[in-house]
Design a protein around this ligand. Sequence first.
Ligand SMILES: [Zn+2]
Length: 215
Amino acid sequence: MGLLDGIVFEDNCLVCGKPCITHDIQVCEICYKKLRIRKLKFDFKKGNRKYKKYLPNSILYVSKYNEVSSMLIKSFKYRGVVKSGIFIASLMAESLPEMIDHYTLTYIPYDYFKKFNRVYNHSALLCSYISSLTGIDVEKDIIRKKLSLLSQARLPFFVRRNRPLMFKPGNTPKSDTILIIDDVVTTGRTFIDAAYVIKKQNPKMKVHCLAFAGR
Ligand SMILES: [Zn+2]
């Protein structure tokens, strides 16, 4: 039991320090209004024709990337503030996509953080918080990070456009519908690559994606 046991919530906003709305909402009224939590569809279909049948079935995010959502993400991801992670997970859990099928959760592998001495994977942690809050199972090691010797950012643009996939397939999922969890969706590339390796390996699978913030 109890990934979330023993966590004591405070009365001050995780972002600005003003009083929280309630004990369940860990930000003040102003910050909460800025988050404007709702289900937003990420439009990933433009320019991705070659992926076609391997594209995610949907990509949703719950808040626009702005000063409040980015502060929450940074506090969790780079400063390791667990309460920020749990709050993000609770907002995501309330906005899970409505699917007819039973589904399981999985996460993006982020082992490259090792080089900055980060010992945890924030996507995996968000996934386990959402699982604790909702009871939905997590499937581990479905997507594996490919070993990359080159920094994509340092490659010339024409090479980057044809850049190889970031991931390789891992374990076969037990469920036939899976929801991939991550903190931010920017270009959609991470989700698209992750869905690609899962669907290529398991053609009948449905792959949905959920991020906290998007732009
Ligand atoms: Zn605030």
